[in-house]
Design a protein around this ligand. Structure first.
Ligand SMILES: Cc1ncc(COP(=O)(O)O)c(C=O)c1O
Length: 402
């Protein structure tokens, strides 16, 4: 499809690759590596990213839904896809039929798989060590082992838990330390299966690296345990993580000044006239709105980058548009060309000036995960970099991928 609106998300595959490579290098001893590309690859486009990860030699990725896994397979991703959400009997049949890797969190899961598996199937077993969302209770570990031992078609390849507060990982007595200690106890019960362990999300990975930088000897961190990084592969850290690990933001959300209105002193802008001009003003109309994932909470709060300068968002964000006050910028500059009119909502502009997703999250009273995953379906993703990948793998199929 052609796009008639200059609003899009640039996805920098070279930045993505740098993040993946620096994580792999720092966790070279980890026995399992499973980048999380659920929720459309945190908004970055799951089909393209899965193929790119495959091109980089990544053996497994994680999604939440069977539906997401089907999209990856359709794109041509042939390595392991772990399904984290859980499943009913119908889901079990689909997982088995498609060759996906189920994450088991309940005795029902075991029963469904054992009933329908025709051949041996790889499973990963999840324990709840405090998140209280999915996973067996630690007190069930012995029973789970017995049940799995009596389910010959199920081959336990992985054992996992999910950290609820990775950012306290450098504390000796924190929630993470407690969870890891508990997970280690569960691991002993599972030793006969010799599973691969995977534990660390972005907070956990960064805490582990931070502890290493601070030369803290945390006995609860195990170098062999595997990692499931999400946010950090897209170039961001949970707010407050002190490590100087240099990650590379992958998404640049862009739009354009489609026209400029002269607004007289005293006039309002947008619904409810929540902003009024204190002087004769030049207001840029930008064709992106909350339906594209630019949150309405950002009204009268956020700023954008135009010609490398910060320009304030004025008036309420609409479904399809937002307005910016260009009065100061236009005192010394003109928006002659298409490039001049470019608006960067977050990420890098073409001069590498940067506006962080963390700042957008702060103004929207949310977290960076939500800002990235909310970038809407009608915002096309344009991939930058990844030259050999496009030449060798994607070719002319690029237009069909998400
Ligand atoms: C089970 C599981 N593992 C790993 C992750 C990745 O977390 P993060 O994005 O904080 O790295 C998630 C994300 O929510 C998850 O649900």
């Amino acid at each position: 499809m052609e796009f008639y609106r200059q609003t899009y998300a640039e996805i920098d595959l070279d930045a993505f690759q740098k993040n993946i490579e620096s994580i792999r290098a720092r966790f070279a001893d980890a026995e399992f590596f499973c980048p999380m590309i659920k929720a459309n690859g945190y908004g970055h486009g799951d089909q393209t990213l899965s193929l790119f990860l495959q091109h980089l030699g990544v053996q497994a990725v994680g999604v939440c839904l069977i539906e997401e896994a089907l999209l990856l397979k359709e794109a041509g991703f042939n390595n392991k896809i772990l399904i984290f959400r859980g499943f009913d009997e119908m889901g079990a049949k689909e997982i088995l039929g498609q060759g996906f890797v189920p994450v088991i969190s309940s005795f029902d899961h075991i029963a469904h798989l054992q009933k329908w598996a025709k051949t041996e199937v790889e499973v990963h077993v999840k324990f709840n060590t405090g998140m209280n969302r999915l996973g067996f209770a630690p007190s069930e570990a012995t029973n789970v082992v017995a049940k799995l031992a009596a389910s010959p078609k199920l081959k336990v390849e992985g054992l996992l838990t999910h950290l609820l507060n990775g950012d306290d990982g450098i504390e000796d007595e924190g929630e993470t330390a407690r969870q890891l200690f508990q997970f280690n106890e569960i691991s002993k019960v599972f030793s006969t299966f010799k599973p691969k362990h995977h534990v660390y999300n972005s907070g956990g990975c960064l805490a582990k690296e931070w502890a290493r930088q601070l030369k803290l000897k945390h006995k609860h961190f195990d170098n062999r345990w595997g990692i499931r990084p999400g946010l950090m592969i897209y170039g961001y850290k949970p707010v407050g993580m002190g490590t100087d690990w240099d990650l590379h933001p992958v998404m640049n959300l862009k739009s354009t000044v489609s026209h400029i209105r002269q607004v007289s002193k005293g006039e309002g802008v947008s619904y409810g006239a929540s902003w009024r001009a204190s002087r004769d003003s030049q207001i840029g109309i930008v064709p992106i709105g909350y339906a594209d994932g630019y949150h309405r909470m950002l009204s009268n709060r956020a700023s954008v980058l135009v010609l490398g300068e910060r320009v304030p968002v004025v008036g309420r964000i609409c479904m399809d548009f937002m307005m910016i006050d260009l009065t100061d910028t236009l005192k010394s500059k003109t928006l002659q060309t298409h490039q001049d009119r470019e608006v960067t909502l977050f990420g890098f502009d073409r001069e590498r000036n940067f506006l962080s997703v963390d700042e957008i999250a702060h103004h929207s009273q949310t977290i960076s995960w939500e800002v990235l995953t909310q970038v809407g379906v009608r915002v096309p993703r344009r991939y930058l970099g990844g030259k050999s990948f496009f030449n060798e793998v994607v070719g002319t199929r690029g237009r069909d991928l998400t």
